[in-house]
Structures are given as structure tokens and as C-alpha cells.
Design a protein around this ligand. Structure first.
Ligand code: PNS
Length: 162
């Protein structure tokens, strides 16, 4: 049984993330989507809010679970018996950073393999940051994020602007 982790900030989850998660399920027995608790980025959504959205959108997907982790990803992988880390790649600029992280994770634990999935074309220009920017400025994020995320973004920015 191969358990694969799909780690990230997911602030918030986008349709691009969902595409990677769905494709990871085709490749591995079990997939666990994991939110990093100690990211250096300042998030819009709390970890609990991000987990809630992820749980809702992943609920229809068989063999997919959702969790959060603190500290090093490889330590979490070791604790839960995961042997694969799945990352989506959009641009060459993603690759440089992701390769560095994959190499470091391998140095930390050589039993864990990183697998890169190229993003599907419709999502190649999509990121959580871009989605937040559009939503913050009142634009439509329809088609970019699941319905629950659209709703949460509206609530967040309505509260912030009042
Ligand atoms: O969605 P992101 O922000 O690109 O995700 C990055 C993430 C959370 C996967 C990465 O920063 C991570 O794995 N953080 C946990 C700490 C860790 O293990 N760092 C890697 C050591 S090289």
C-alpha cells in the first residue's frame, strides 16, 4: 500500500490543487492532503478554515484524507507511513524551488520520493495568491476555485472591507 502526501499551504485550495489531488489518486493507493501549520507565509485563512474547505472539497474523493502537520514534512511522512510526496509544477520557476525542496527532503530521508505532476493546461496560470488578489479587488474567481472557497473568499473580504 503506497500512501502519498500532497502537501501545501492551501490558502485557499484552488481547482489547480484539486486537479493534482485527483490525478494523484489515480497513481497511488491512498492520498493524504496535508496543510503545513508552520508556513513562513502570512495566511488569509486559518489552518482550521483551510482544513474545513479541503475536507469539504475532498469528501467526494475515495481514498483521500485531509490533515495538517507541524515541523518537517519528512518527519510527518515517517510517522504516518507515507513514502511519496506529490507536488504540482506549473512553470520553470516552480521547478527550481521544488527541486531544491525535493533534494533537501531526500537528504533528510532517502526513503521518501518526490513525484512531480505537471499542472493541467487550464490551471497553469492559477495560484492561491492570484485568486486572493482577484477576490480582494472584487473580481470573479468562478472556475478558479470550488464553490465553497468562492463563498469563503466573499465572506473574508466583505468582513475586511467593513
Ligand atoms: O503550498 P506551498 O506554500 O508551496 O507549500 C510548501 C510546503 C508547505 C509544502 C513546504 O514549505 C513544506 O513542506 N513545509 C514544511 C517544512 C519542511 O519540511 N520544509 C522542507 C525542508 S526542505
Amino acid at each position: 500500500m503506497t500512501l502519498a502526501l500532497v502537501p501545501g499551504s492551501f490558502d485557499p485550495v484552488t481547482n489547480g490543487h484539486l486537479d493534482i489531488i485527483q490525478r494523484a489518486v489515480e497513481l497511488f493507493d491512498e492520498v493524504r492532503v496535508v496543510v503545513a501549520r508552520n508556513s513562513s507565509k502570512t495566511p488569509l485563512f486559518t489552518v482550521e478554515e483551510r482544513l474545513e474547505m479541503l475536507r469539504e472539497v475532498c469528501a467526494p474523493l475515495a481514498r483521500v484524507s485531509v490533515d495538517s502537520f507541524e515541523g518537517l514534512l519528512v518527519n510527518y511522512a515517517l510517522e504516518c507511513g507515507a513514502t511519496v510526496i506529490v507536488k504540482g509544477l506549473r512553470f520553470v520557476s516552480d521547478f527550481e524551488y521544488e527541486l531544491q525542496m525535493a533534494l533537501m527532503n531526500r537528504r533528510l530521508n532517502s526513503a521518501i520520493e518526490t513525484v512531480f505532476l505537471p499542472t493541467s493546461a487550464p490551471y497553469s496560470d492559477l495560484s492561491s495568491s492570484i485568486v486572493k488578489e482577484i477576490a480582494r479587488l472584487g473580481g470573479s474567481v468562478e472556475g478558479l476555485v470550488p464553490e465553497i472557497v468562492q463563498q469563503r473568499l466573499r465572506e473574508k473580504y466583505t468582513i475586511q472591507s467593513t
